[in-house]
Write a protein that binds this ligand. Structure first.
Ligand code: PLP
Length: 495
């Protein structure tokens, strides 16, 4: 299987090269040349498999420069009973007939980012070996919350890697901050940055483009890389859980092999829902992929009109991981839907850079609406959904998942489409205790780790182990630097 860039499809590289490079030199994203096919016989075969076996089965179709034995080793280490608190890894919870939740937050950091970031370090270090890279890799992350912790946990004590995470001093929740500053491992560093997420992100971008630093690091045997969702090695593991959820519904007798289902996905950078689209392209019987947004509704507008316009107010919401104006992975979708028209895609992305806006052709717009529906909702509606779901069904969901559930209910009311639907549940409600407590009409008097106990007492739902144990942990990292000092922090770390 070869990979090509969305902005220049004439150059082909291997999967290992795509994973170690991350982003193409022309600024494009790597995509597989062909989409492997998944017939109903393959699904039949996968019914019997564990999550780990399903992951090997699906990923080996895309990674033919990796031996199956290798993949099995990585998958078993990544999705282990030690790291995940549910034997099914990505269990499907039935709310009622035809309504299911795919719980992707049973990993070590309680958000769906674990599904990819637990295995990416194995794929990345193996890719370095396969491409003859001799230097060690240092992963730099600027985070607004979930990604930083998931990346730290994934890369912790992985040979040949170091990881350094920058978070905005006042831009993450108390719980997210504690999760990061108490991180274990001998190859990790965590540092606060004065300013907001943009300052941290700009600081990291400046470090990446510093040629002199790159040379100094090479002399010390290091190179820099990133762990964000533009890397194919992060996207591919996410394709697995769409297929696995479908198998689980068959095993439960909810559907028969071949029946169509809908997925509703709380969306930010468009990585998660794009993985669902790849599963559909492979042949997974999927009718609609429903793209759910919060008040930052740039994707809702795009799907409805074909105009992508980031020139709009940015809102800070109670579903912060979806507070995004530029959804990078949309580029991969447009590449597929345009019949792989790399010139057209380069043009759109240039327009986005220059004016913050582009309009796709009527053909692409029509293709988008064949596969995708969309909707958005406010913070108030999100909270109402959390409360109603807990009161009526005794099921506690987080703010991101609630956005998706609300959008799905709106979609059903509007269209009458009652196809069995799976809401992709992306975080434990315990990661967003204050908003969830507020939604349930409880006092939010305390802060930090105390909120975890408050929520547990209010609902009788036990908190996940990694979060409830935070109160016993001592922070290891307390440094805070200005944007201009970030580069020194990196060099100190790599000395
Ligand atoms: C990252 C994240 C999302 C958005 O996923 P994308 O792949 O960026 O679209 C949704 N919910 C939670 C909890 C997240 O951490």
């Amino acid at each position: 299987m070869r990979y090509q860039s969305t902005r220049d499809k004439s150059v082909f590289i291997t999967a290992a090269e795509a994973i170690s490079q991350g982003l193409a030199r022309d600024g494009g994203l790597f995509v597989p040349e062909l989409i492997p096919k998944l017939g109903s016989d393959a699904i039949e075969k996968m019914l019997e498999m564990t999550y780990q076996e399903r992951a090997v089965y699906v990923m080996s179709m895309y990674l033919d420069d990796f031996a199956e034995k290798e993949l099995r080793e990585y998958v078993n280490s990544a999705y282990s009973a030690e790291s995940f608190d549910h034997a099914d890894i990505a269990p499907v919870k039935k709310l009622e007939d035809g309504m299911y939740f795919l719980e992707l937050w049973h990993g070590p950091t309680c958000a769906f980012k674990d599904m990819a970031l637990q295995i990416l370090p194995y794929l990345l270090t193996a890719s370095l070996d396969k491409t003859g890279e001799e230097r060690q890799v240092c992963i730099l992350v600027a985070t607004s919350g979930d990604t930083g912790k998931a990346a730290l946990e994934g890369f912790r004590d992985v040979p040949r890697t170091k990881i350094m995470v920058f978070y905005p001093k006042d831009g993450v929740s108390d719980i997210q901050k504690l999760q990061m500053t108490t991180q274990q491992g001998n190859n990790v560093d965590v540092c606060a940055v004065e300013g907001n997420f943009d300052d941290a992100q700009t600081g990291v971008k400046i470090i990446f483009s510093d040629e002199a630093l790159r040379e100094r690091l090479t002399e010390n045997g290091y190179f820099l890389s990133s762990a964000n969702s533009i890397n194919w090695g992060r996207l591919l593991p996410q394709v697995v859980y769409y297929i696995s959820a479908y198998c689980d519904l068959i095993n439960d007798g909810a559907i028969q092999n071949g029946d169509k289902v809908n997925f509703c996905v709380p969306t930010g950078n468009f990585g998660d829902i794009l993985a669902g689209y790849y599963a559909k392209l492979m042949g997974l019987p999927t009718d609609k992929l429903i793209c759910a947004s919060n008040k930052n509704d740039v994707l809702t507008e795009f799907i409805n009109t074909g105009v992508y316009d980031k020139n709009r107010q940015f809102y800070t919401t109670i579903s912060p991981s979806m507070d995004i104006l530029v959804s990078s992975n949309l580029e991969r979708l447009l590449f597929e839907l345009s019949g792989k028209d790399d010139k057209l895609i380069s043009g759109y992305m240039a327009q986005l850079g220059k004016s913050g806006k582009y309009t796709v052709t009527p053909e692409i717009k029509a293709a988008v609406t064949r596969d995708f529906c969309c909707g958005c909702c406010s913070d108030e509606e999100t909270k109402d959904t959390i409360r109603d779901t807990f009161e009526q069904d005794k099921y506690l969901i987080d703010t991101h998942t609630a956005v998706a559930y609300k959008v799905l209910k709106d979609y059903r009311a509007k269209t009458g489409d009652n196809t069995p639907a799976i809401v992709v549940s992306t975080a434990s409600p315990y990661k967003f205790c204050d908003s969830v407590l507020e939604a349930l009409g409880r006092e939010v008097g305390d802060n930090g780790v105390m909120l975890i106990e408050n929520l547990s007492q209010a609902t009788g739902v036990p908190a996940p182990g990694p979060l409830s144990s935070l109160k016993d942990k001592k922070p290891r990292f307390d440094r805070c630097v200005s944007k201009s000092e970030m580069i020194n922090a990196v060099e100190d770390f790599l000395k």
